[in-house]
Design a protein. Structure first.
Length: 520
């Protein structure tokens, strides 16, 4: 039997209807025969703590599996994460809304059930929905399992200063779990033939979360892996020239950054930085190899040829570049909010208007992961869930341009010290707004503002509104963007969520058992 053809549907953009009427004709045939628009399967791969610049297709060291997907699909070169922390950013990815709408302020704040998650939308369309986690941060106790029929959260690496700050598992185990689940459901060639294990008749939504690139950077087989204690020391080395008593990594996570660290620290590797960076790169390489094994397994089971594969990230990681050294969550520098996004469609796939989605596209229009849900809804002809704040990228991939808009991101640290008694928990933390090549940052708890030109200054070394005589045009732009950013923050209407302290309690109990925490 030949592969199922892609069947385009009538676009929701009226000005395209007349010119594409003939291309849309297969929709009527599909409807009459009970066919479904769009790719048969959706595979969403999330790279936790992965900087875009550490992938080959973004200028980093070769990452063969992801680079191959980019060559065969569409690479977005300028993608901003809505938040530089795992649960908040992933919830935006799955709802199409900003954190100050879905209500997840940071890790530990459960997803409110009123949120419409992508898995729920696809499940109602008949997809079998299955998630495979690499980290405890997305565990079901935090509501991230909404809409998933299968939710694999088995972790075998437990919290310790050597092994990391949360329960997790390695990339190889995540890949194993995906393939074992497919075999358990009888994944053959998707049409009842091929390997003797039976048929998978339903459409699939697979979510695979790879966590390895997160601290403490301990790639398999490494004789001297990184530890949280190594990171703590590395951070203090960067803080020492500017602060008499360096607070270390945990000190700034709980108490915030000092203005001197923001204005002056960072830029050059010190101490153990290079070794830590090499360990991080080795973790990224390991994840890529496991993605290659996953893709091969999907191909063997007849799934890959009919799948849209999406590879993206939740946030990055600052090394030595800025005052938030060896961390994510404290600020909104590009090191922590610039993430990858690659979409590889089935061969000869067409967009909603009937256009062939070309291979090897690289699109430099700024986008966000809040755009994933609306993109999939348009591609699959699904109703748009209420509360979606992103836009579909289908037109962009078909050759159109996006209307001018603003993109936002908001830090999730420091902790409770700067959270208001009521309202949005991240109200006083750093946030930014993107306006084309420019990025404006406001950090209320430090009363500090920054304006960067990301085209001329991608490393964000020069604050255009600092010093006694900034250019009038830069001052004027900063004022306009400050108004827009304040308006966005003022519109926050987060769904209710309160910190679930069970994770913190379990971590402290384990550390005490290991002799790393006192009884007070």
């Amino acid at each position: 039997m030949s592969p199922r053809p892609h069947l385009p549907y009538i676009p929701h953009r009226p000005h395209l209807l007349l010119g594409r009427a003939l291309l849309a004709l297969p929709l009527f045939l599909a409807a009459a025969c009970g066919g479904d628009p769009g790719p048969r399967h959706i595979v969403l791969i999330s790279l936790d703590t992965t900087r875009a610049d550490h992938l080959g297709c973004y200028g980093g060291a070769p990452t063969p599996a992801i680079d191959s997907l980019a060559r065969e699909g569409v690479r977005f070169s300028d993608v901003t994460a809505p938040a530089p922390t795992t649960l908040a950013s992933h919830t935006s990815m799955m709802t199409g809304s900003w954190p100050q709408t879905h209500g997840v302020a940071r890790n530990g704040f459960p997803v409110h059930p009123a949120n419409r998650m992508l898995a729920e939308v696809l499940s109602e369309r008949g997809f079998h929905t299955a998630a495979f986690l690499g980290s405890f941060a997305l565990e079901s106790r935090f509501g991230f399992d909404q809409g998933f029929a299968h939710f694999d959260e088995r972790f075998d690496i437990l919290v310790s200063p050597q092994d990391g700050d949360q329960n997790q598992r390695r990339a190889a185990d995540v890949t194993d779990a995906v393939l074992e689940h497919l075999d358990g459901r009888g994944a053959g060639d998707g049409r009842g033939a091929g390997d003797g294990r039976g048929a998978v008749d339903e459409r699939l939504f697979l979510f695979a979360h790879y966590f390895d690139a997160h601290a403490p950077y301990a790639p398999p087989g490494e004789e001297r892996p990184g530890t949280l204690l190594d990171l703590e020391q590395a951070v203090r080395v960067h803080q020492a020239p500017f602060l008499e008593t360096p607070p270390g990594l945990m000190g700034v996570i709980t108490g915030g950054l000092h203005p001197r660290l923001v204005r002056r620290a960072g830029g050059e590797p010190l101490g153990d930085d290079q070794r830590l960076a090499e360990l991080y790169a080795a973790e990224v390489a390991e994840v890529d190899s496991q993605i290659g094994r996953l893709l091969a397994g999907l191909a063997e089971r007849g799934i890959l040829d009919e799948a849209l594969v999406i590879v993206t990230g939740d946030h990055g990681e600052t090394f030595w570049e800025h005052g938030d050294a060896w961390n994510h969550g404290l600020w909104v520098y590009q090191t922590t909010v610039a993430i990858p996004l690659v979409m590889r469609f089935p061969q000869a796939a067409r967009g909603p208007g009937g256009e062939l989605l070309s291979r090897g596209q690289s699109l430099d229009t700024p986008v966000s992961t809040v755009d994933l849900v609306p993109t999939l809804c348009e591609l699959l002809d699904l109703p748009m869930p209420a509360g979606v704040e992103g836009v579909s990228l289908m037109g962009l991939m078909e050759g159109s341009s996006l209307a001018e808009r603003r993109l936002y991101s908001q830090a999730t640290q420091p902790g409770a010290r700067f959270e208001p008694e009521q309202g949005w928990e991240n109200l006083h933390k750093p946030r930014c707004v993107r306006a084309g090549r420019y990025k404006f940052v406001h950090a209320p708890y430090l009363e500090l503002e920054q304006l960067f030109d990301l085209q001329d200054d991608p490393g964000e070394r020069t604050n255009l509104i600092a010093g006694p005589n900034p250019k009038p045009e830069h001052r004027a732009l900063a004022r306009r963007l400050r108004v827009e950013l304040d308006r966005w923050v003022g519109a926050a209407r987060p769904l209710a969520s309160e910190m679930d302290v069970s994770q913190t309690r379990e971590v402290m109990e384990r550390l005490r058992a290991l002799g790393y925490a006192g009884d007070d």
